[in-house]
Structures are given as C-alpha cells and as structure tokens.
Design a protein around this ligand. Sequence first.
Ligand code: SF4
Ligand code: SF4
Length: 139
Amino acid sequence: MSEIVTKKLMLYFPKCECEKPIIYHLVKDYDLIVNVFRAKVTPEEEGFLVLDVSGTEEQIQRGIDFVRTFKVTVNFTGKGVTRDKDRCTHCGYCVPYCPTGALKISDTESRYVAYEESDCIECLACVRVCPYGACASAF
Ligand code: SF4
Ligand code: SF4
C-alpha cells in the first residue's frame, strides 16, 4: 500500500474560477483529505486558499493536475507567513500570541525567538501584533 503524505499548497483563484467547486472534487473524486487553513476573497473577487492535502503521492499529483485544468495557480512553498530575519528584533512580543509555539524563545539567555515554519497554522496573529512588521503574510 502506498504511503500517505501531506503537502501544503497555496492556491490562487482568479475571479472567473472563484465559484467553481474545485475543493469538493479534490475530496470526492481524488480521495484527498483537505484541511483548509485559510481562505480569503479579495474585493476584486480573487480567491486565495492555504491548505494541506493528504493522500498518496499519486492521488495528490492527480488532484493537482485536475486543479491546473482551471486557471488556478498552485504554489507548493506553503509560505503563507514568513518572518523577515533582518526586521525581527527578537522582542518576544509575538510569542504568547502564537497558538502553536511556532514562534518561541529558544534560548533563555539570549532571548532568541525561533520560528519553526512547519508548526505554523497561519492564524496570522503574529502578523497583526509584530511591532516591527517582521512577520508578513503572502496574502
Ligand atoms: S514580535 Fe516581531 S520583532 Fe518581535 S520577536 Fe516577534 S517577529 Fe520578532
Ligand atoms: S501565523 Fe499564527 S501560528 Fe504561525 S507563527 Fe504566526 S502566530 Fe504562530
């Protein structure tokens, strides 16, 4: 039996594709487990989705091939939230707001704030509270 893997994807839907039930088909027709982290529709009615898809490599590839039959851009980096190392002062202000510990003080002496991207659920709390604009969302 093939191994089940999880991949993080970002999808961009132009206005013309926004109302199509693409995610529904990923679940129903391609047997993928889809966990939507974040969805946003801009005032121009473009859509952004950050999601995890779980299935075999083959199922995921077939699902992505299906998504690409629409005018949807697929981004594999999953970098919905990034931290700019040059801007971060390690003030620690974001740490108590981060629900998963993706941002945490990793060294009690230096008070270094580490960011573990794989633990980030893209709740955007750090983007809202960082006084230095070090955390940013791709959306
Ligand atoms: S609040 Fe901003 S500057 Fe302060 S530690 Fe967090 S990311 Fe860095
Ligand atoms: S987006 Fe949310 S989970 Fe991710 S690092 Fe920022 S506060 Fe933590």
